[in-house]
Design a protein around this ligand. Structure first.
Ligand code: ADP
Ligand code: AMP
Length: 213
């Protein structure tokens, strides 16, 4: 059976950067609830309209909407890296139930461990391509040409929720609503801590080691 992995950690820890690369290398599906929601907001779908007000404030989108979204995109045979999901105990329980109904489970939960000051520096320098979704950092992972996407040439932008006021709230929301998942998965014996404060390549090599890739 193919692996199901969960990437857990604060916003800006580097989950998306590593998930995109590992999913490609291992042939897994990368499910980022944040990416799916941003796409829904851009297209103005009913989900996007409901989600936008929460995202703009750095609050979590209600669990029922997120769980319905995951049910829709989950491949029946598994083989997924979940990035930014689950973010609450209720979501984690829903995921356990969904997987066990299909005779699957989570193989490992990787906790991206980084101090707050690193997270703030990473988020404030993050730039994204509004067209293809590629993620850069002005200092740590800059594009070849100033502020333009290497892949598709589109002008890069800063995410609305990477503004300082929203970042502060997102970190608080993480502490309050998502951090309890650390204990939840520790108890199940599937939590792996990863020092994600190192540079991108080093984190990637360590990540491959800990997930046995
Ligand atoms: P998350 O998905 O956890 O919110 P991202 O993968 O989008 O985080 O990374 C946040 C920002 O930090 C991006 O600008 C990314 O380029 C940068 N980044 C990711 N990993 C590292 C790292 N190990 N060192 C320095 N910068 C990083
Ligand atoms: P991210 O791209 O993971 O940083 O997510 C951006 C925003 O999307 C978050 O601040 C939330 O508003 C929303 N979001 C993403 N994933 C979830 C989730 N699993 N549960 C609730 N809200 C989410």
């Amino acid at each position: 059976m193919r692996k199901n992995l969960v990437f857990l950690g604060p916003p800006g820890a580097g989950k998306g950067t590593q998930a995109k690369r590992l999913a490609q290398e291992l042939g897994l599906m990368h499910i980022s609830t944040g990416d799916i929601l941003r796409e829904a907001v851009k297209k103005g779908t009913p989900l996007g309209k409901k989600a936008k007000e929460y995202m703009d404030k750095g609050e979590l989108v209600p669990d029922d909407l997120i769980v319905a979204l995951i049910e829709e995109v989950m491949p029946p045979e598994g083989g997924v890296i979940f990035d930014g999901f689950p973010r609450t105990i209720a979501q984690a329980e829903a995921l356990d139930e969904m997987l066990s109904k299909k005779g699957m489970g989570i193989d490992a939960v990787v906790l991206f461990d980084v101090p707050d000051e690193v997270v703030v520096e990473r988020l404030s320098g993050r730039r994204v391509c509004p067209s293809c979704g590629a993620v850069y950092h002005i200092k740590f992972n800059p594009p070849e040409n100033d502020e333009v996407c290497d892949r598709c040439g589109t002008k890069l932008i800063q995410r609305d929720d990477d503004r300082e006021e929203v970042v502060r709230n997102r970190l608080e929301v993480y502490r309050r609503q998502t951090e309890p998942l650390i204990e939840y998965y520790e108890r199940k014996g599937i939590l792996i801590r990863l020092d994600a404060s190192k540079e991108i390549e080093e984190v990637y090599q360590e990540l491959k080691k800990v997930v046995g890739a």
